[in-house]
Write a protein that binds this ligand. Structure first.
Ligand code: MHO
Length: 176
C-alpha cells in the first residue's frame, strides 16, 4: 500500500490545474472543488457569481515516497502567475484567487519555506497560504474536464504542461 498525503491547490480555473497534477508520477488522485468559502456545498453557478469566497481548488492525493511536496509546489508555480490577485489568465473573480491549503503542520512548514523563496522572486506575491477550512467536490462534469473536453479554455499553456511533465524525469534529491 502506498502512503497517501493530501494538499489543496487553487491555481485559477481548476480544469487546467487538475490536468497539471494528473500528469505527475506519484499523484494518486485528483478532485476539483470549492475551498475556503462561507457557503455550504455551493454550486458552480453560485461560485461563479464571485460572492461565496470559495476558490476553485484541486485536491491532490499523492505518495510522498514517489513525489515530494516541494516538487508539487514546483509544478504549481510553473502554472500560476503569483503576482495577480483574484485573476489567472482571462478568468477574473475571487474564485480564481491562487492559494495553497494544507491539512497538516508538516506540510505547512514546507510550503512556508517555499513561499519565502518565492517572495524573493515575485513582487507583489499574492498567493494565499492557509489551513483548509472546507472543500466541496465540484459537479461531476467538472471532474477530469479537459480529458472530456480537450479544447476547453484554460490559462495553462501547452508549454507549461510540457515543463510540468519534464519534472517526472528529474532525479529526486532531498532538495528538489
Ligand atoms: N474560462 C473558463 C473558466 C471555467 S472555470 C472552471 C470559462 O469561462 O468557462 O472556472
Amino acid at each position: 500500500m502506498s502512503e497517501r498525503r493530501e494538499i489543496y491547490f487553487a491555481g485559477g480555473c481548476f480544469w487546467g490545474t487538475e490536468k497539471v497534477f494528473q500528469s505527475l508520477n506519484g499523484v494518486l488522485d485528483t478532485t476539483v472543488g470549492y475551498a475556503n468559502g462561507h457557503v455550504a456545498d455551493p454550486s458552480y453557478e453560485l461560485v461563479k457569481t464571485d460572492t461565496t469566497g470559495h476558490r476553485e481548488t484541486v485536491k491532490v492525493v499523492y505518495d510522498p515516497s514517489v513525489i515530494s511536496l516541494r516538487k508539487l509546489l514546483k509544478a504549481y508555480f510553473i502554472c500560476v502567475d503569483p503576482t495577480v490577485k483574484n485573476q489567472q489568465g482571462h478568468d477574473i473573480g475571487s474564485q480564481y484567487q491562487t492559494g495553497v491549503y494544507y491539512t497538516d503542520e508538516e506540510s505547512a512548514d514546507v510550503i512556508r519555506e517555499v513561499f519565502r523563496e518565492k517572495r524573493r522572486e515575485y513582487d507583489p506575491f499574492c498567493v494565499e497560504l492557509a489551513p483548509l477550512a472546507c472543500f466541496y467536490d465540484a459537479e461531476e462534469y467538472h471532474q477530469d474536464y479537459l480529458i472530456k473536453n480537450p479544447d476547453g479554455y484554460c490559462h495553462v499553456t501547452p508549454g507549461m504542461y510540457r515543463q510540468v511533465r519534464a519534472l517526472n524525469d528529474e532525479l529526486s534529491t532531498t532538495h528538489e
